[in-house]
Design a protein around this ligand. Structure first.
Ligand SMILES: [Zn+2]
Ligand SMILES: [Zn+2]
Ligand SMILES: [Zn+2]
Length: 753
């Protein structure tokens, strides 16, 4: 029997051909296997019918751990008797629309890790040790098929030893494109911030010691540079905050191992699983009561972002030191994407760090670390990047056209939908500047190239002035395809519908800002959504934003707007005038503006949380996205809902004035924790009640919660309880970020169906 098989999925760069080779030989078959230019693997086998059948069964059942089979087609014909043995052929350039994709970057595997530690092994102490089961993929590949010459490993010629392993079917590195050793592979070296090289036989462990001593070191990884320093000393972190202009934004850390992590953070079983899985994302963990790392790592927050070493280099950093963890934050100048090139790093980071730990392998595509948080058992992805991208999210239905989504303005990702697979790019960031926009464009091109697709429809945000909206229009003209604007909160809920394959839903979409279909600022929305579009059923009460965007930065301005009319509000603002950059003068202007009543309005849930945070003295200035609300959540952690306010509605608007006035008037009568908790509780309960009421009226089974506020565990849990108690099914995100990183996915879902 002669069988021709095409396998699509994640089948290149995961040891699939060697595996096919082994299974074919075991079953006594002849023929060949090869990679194609569209990330598909093509197999031809000949042999007895029962052997071919068993071979096909083995393919599905015994596939390598990182391989994913999306589709497998088999054509049978008569034997052609062309083959004498089974071979792995050179890749073909054949290409068709397949939906196949190369794998994500994979953290170092246990076998490589133990070889790294084995003095008898040729790769003993070699930082770039990898095999078919581990190492960089997405960040290393320039084009398909996944062959060494199409990756940035092309600069390194294999030595005899590596070449022998590469060609040995019984070896773990058989056709592993990243195979390398100290003799032939990438080299690592240490320099000062003046580009003077520091001769040291063990530069990585020396860098580890420098970190422990309190120096700041830029470390080149697989997808970009990190900036690292000690976690137990506050001085270098304070210095880093100053030079990086990051007053408060939490830094991620890399801990030595899981046991060490448990010494400063609470780690449940699910969190331990996430920390140690092959993705190795940053996991937000609760600080233990006896937390002993520097408070400057995540000031004012109850949690800390922790990841474990995911390359040989990372593991070696800890060898000669006692430091439990290192700060390990993406090295990006303000508002720019993560730095990937050595010369660029020296130029842009030279004034920030004391030393550089470089290697001489080029990074083809940058990729930040992913960030995940758990709500009980449910994972909530905050940043879906390294280890996830470009593995697609699978939809249950097929799209007729090929759609590209370009995201909104902040935390942007892009997404391409090909039939039933949505490929979400790595995190690009805030595209309000040229560098990040350039990164987004290259990520889009990379994704289109890797999925080998032709764009037919482009979906973007409804905001006419977003950079991504203009990008979509330009791309639309260039590619001659239609551009579909999707309202921001509709996209949030559409992404939930896509993730859960639901045809209609009452969606609660809460975030900081999204452009409404009436041109106003939305952000606390109850929507009915189906595949025809959406209807706005309710929202938080409109509140003034004195000074527009300034009110986002200084939440006391929002508070002032909501409280205006209280007898002693002006007096209170003047008491707090040092919380405004321009003091008394600014307060006077604010009061005057409010008197005129001509301020822009918003229904944003984020702004209400911000206002409460400022009134309670938790956070007066937003130095990073979500800061006042995140700190409010941390402050509320040990509190109770003491106020138990009854939800009030004005028509289809949830009364938030009542809430903010109550919080203001109860200051000092209850603890900050209790009042913070009461505020979160009121918002959650009123949103849930309104959604339940609408779901009952419209006879809809599903109620979903999306938007950046959905990261808040207390609010999510409270809404879930009410929704489920009333007999409805509650949906939250599991694979796609609830925040704006999930917008591109929602846009393609809304535009495609
Ligand atoms: Zn390995
Ligand atoms: Zn070698
Ligand atoms: Zn949003």
């Amino acid at each position: 029997m002669h069988a021709e098989i095409k396998v699509s999925g994640i089948v290149q760069g995961v040891g699939f051909r060697p595996f096919v080779y082994r299974v074919a030989v075991e079953n006594g078959l002849v023929g060949y296997v090869r990679n194609r230019g569209d990330a598909v693997v093509e197999i031809v086998v000949e042999g007895k019918k029962k052997d071919v059948k068993r071979f096909l069964k083995n393919l599905k059942e015994k596939k390598p751990p990182l391989a994913r089979i999306y589709d497998m087609t088999t054509n049978y014909t008569e034997d052609k008797n062309k083959f004498k043995q089974f071979t792995i052929l050179k890749s073909s350039e054949n290409v068709e629309l397949s939906g196949s994709v190369i794998p994500q970057d994979v953290s170092i595997c246990d076998e490589c890790l133990s070889e790294l530690r084995d003095p008898k092994n040729k790769r003993y102490n070699y930082f770039f040790i990898t095999c078919t089961n581990c190492g960089p993929r997405y960040t290393i590949i320039e084009k398909l098929p996944y062959d060494r010459l199409n990756t940035t490993m092309q600069d390194f010629f294999m030595c005899d030893f590596c070449f022998k392993e590469y060609n040995d079917p019984s070896n773990r590195r058989f056709h592993a494109q990243t195979v390398a050793c100290p003799k032939c592979g990438p080299k690592v070296y240490l320099t000062t911030n003046n580009d003077e090289s520091i001769k040291h036989e063990d530069p990585i462990r020396e860098a580890g010691k420098l970190l422990e001593e309190g120096y700041i070191v830029a470390i080149k990884g697989n997808g970009g540079f990190h900036i690292a320093t000690s976690t137990t000393k506050s001085e270098p972190i304070a210095r880093l905050r100053k030079v990086k202009y990051r007053a408060q934004k939490p830094f991620a850390i890399m801990a030595r191992d899981i046991d060490t992590t448990k010494s400063f953070a609470e780690v449940n079983m699910k969190e331990a699983e996430l920390l140690t899985c092959y993705i190795k994302p940053i996991v937000l963990l609760k600080k233990r009561d006896d937390y002993y790392l520097s408070e400057l790592i995540s000031p004012g927050l109850h949690n800390i972002g922790v990841m474990l070493p995911y390359t040989g280099l990372h593991a070696m950093l800890f060898d000669k030191v006692r430091e439990p963890a290192f700060v390990m934050t993406s090295a990006n100048p303000p508002n720019e994407p993560i730095v990937t090139e050595n010369v660029e790093a020296m130029k842009k980071l030279g004034s920030v760090v004391d030393f550089f730990l470089f290697h001489n392998r080029t990074i083809a595509h940058r990729c930040d670390d992913s960030v995940v948080r758990l709500h009980g058992e449910d994972q909530s992805i905050i940043r879906r990047s390294r280890g996830y991208a470009p593995e697609p999210v699978h939809l249950k239905r097929l799209a007729d056209s090929y759609v590209l989504g370009v995201g909104a303005e902040f935390n942007v990702t892009s997404c391409v939908l090909l039939r039933n697979k949505a490929f979400i790019s790595q995190h690009a960031g805030d595209v309000d500047n040229l560098e990040t926009l350039g990164f987004l464009k290259s990520a889009i091109n990379h994704l289109i190239k890797l999925t080998n697709s032709k764009v037919e429809v482009i979906a973007c945000d409804l905001h006419p002035k977003f950079t991504t909206t203009r990008l979509a229009q330009n791309l639309g003209e260039k590619l001659e395809c239609s551009v579909v604007p999707v309202q921001h909160h509709h996209a949030h809920i559409a992404s939930l519908m896509g993730e859960h394959d639901v045809d209609e839903m009452i969606g609660i979409a809460c975030d900081g800002f999204g452009y409404g279909s009436d041109g106003n600022a939305w952000g606390g929305e109850i929507l009915y959504c189906n595949h025809d579009g959406f209807q706005r059923l309710g929202h938080l009460q409109e509140q003034p934003m004195v000074g527009g965007d300034l009110a986002t930065l200084y939440p006391l301005r929002v508070a002032a707007g909501i409280l205006y009319g209280e007898a002693d509000i002006e007096e209170w603002l003047l008491l707090n005038s040092d919380r405004f950059p321009h003091g008394r003068r600014e307060v006077e202007v604010i009061v005057k503006q409010l008197g005129k009543g001509s301020t822009p309005k918003t229904t944003s849930c984020g702004r209400v949380l911000d206002a409460v945070s400022a009134i309670l003295g938790i956070c007066y200035e937003r130095t990073y996205e979500g800061e006042p609300a995140m700190k409010l959540e941390s402050a509320a952690l040990k509190g109770k809902d003491v106020l138990k306010l009854t939800p009030e509605f004005r028509g289809n608007a949830i009364d938030t004035t009542l809430l903010v006035h109550e919080i203001f008037n109860q200051r000092g009568k209850h603890s900050v924790a209790d009042l913070a908790c009461s505020a979160q509780s009121y918002l959650a309960r009123s949103l849930a009640e309104l959604a339940v009421e609408e779901a009952e009226q419209l006879n809809v089974d599903f109620i979903g919660f999306s938007g950046g506020v959905a990261y808040n565990e207390y609010i999510t849990v409270t809404i879930r309880k009410i929704v489920e108690e009333n007999g409805f099914k509650f949906l939250v995100h599991n694979q796609v970020p609830p925040g704006d990183g999930g917008i591109s996915f929602g846009q393609v879902v809304a535009a495609a169906f």
